[in-house]
Design a protein around this ligand. Structure first.
Ligand SMILES: Cc1cc2nc3c(=O)[nH]c(=O)nc-3n(C[C@H](O)[C@H](O)[C@H](O)COP(=O)(O)O)c2cc1C
Length: 186
């Protein structure tokens, strides 16, 4: 059986990116604690075919590979920079290409970054409903970080790191539950 995976997907399309760094931080933490294979992607990794794709079948191989990794992850960590009060347009466009049942029951940890505190509820008001649509298992603790929580692109805020650790712990519980269900089905 292949090693279970944790996959990060970040809605940034410029680099360096605080959001991608934040997603990678959490993905690494989940991987180490639960002995999972880990990878993280962003919009740049999906490649040029994303912008013109109306359906998943319109993606080129590069885009298709990222989509497959996201859909097949055992745990997904998603994050987006706040753009005009929401996730980036290309982040939403990527998820618009997925089948409505593609993420059903999948544990998804929700992250976002923004320039200030004003849009901290993007996690609850934008990300959570999107993954609710997919009937994913969105974890209870979502985490929002602002520019001042980072130094040279690295998450330095103790308060945010602590909250992220709480979300990582919840991902561990979700994995245990999924593992138990797998064993029961065998
Ligand atoms: C086009 C654009 C729109 C933005 N809109 C918002 C916003 O509505 N609210 C906010 O808090 N920050 C906003 N920001 C700031 C970014 O969300 C913030 O700097 C983010 O952490 C950048 O993440 P990145 O380093 O991953 O690109 C905006 C930035 C850009 C470029």
């Amino acid at each position: 059986m292949p090693n279970p995976t944790v996959v990060g997907f970040s809605g940034n399309f410029t680099r360096p990116s605080k959001t991608r760094g934040f997603v990678e931080h959490v993905v690494r933490d989940i991987a180490v604690r639960n002995n999972l294979s880990a990878s993280t992607y962003d919009i740049e990794d999906v490649g040029a075919s994303l912008g013109s794709a109306k359906w998943a079948r319109d993606l080129d191989q590069q885009g298709r590979d990222v989509l497959d990794k996201v859909v097949n992850a055992d745990v997904l960590v998603v994050g987006s920079p706040t753009y005009k009060g929401s996730y980036t347009g290309l982040f939403k466009h990527f998820f618009d290409l997925l089948d409505p049942s593609a993420l059903r029951g999948k544990p998804v940890l929700l992250l976002a970054t923004g320039g200030g505190e004003r849009h901290a509820l993007i996690v609850e008001h934008q990300l959570r409903p999107l993954f609710g649509f997919f009937e994913a298992l969105a974890l209870p603790t979502g985490v929002y970080a602002t520019d001042k929580d980072f130094a040279d692109g690295v998450l330095v805020s103790e308060a945010i790191r602590k909250r992220a650790a709480q979300a990582v712990e919840e991902a561990g519980y979700a994995l245990l539950r999924a593992g138990g269900q797998r064993v029961a089905a065998e």
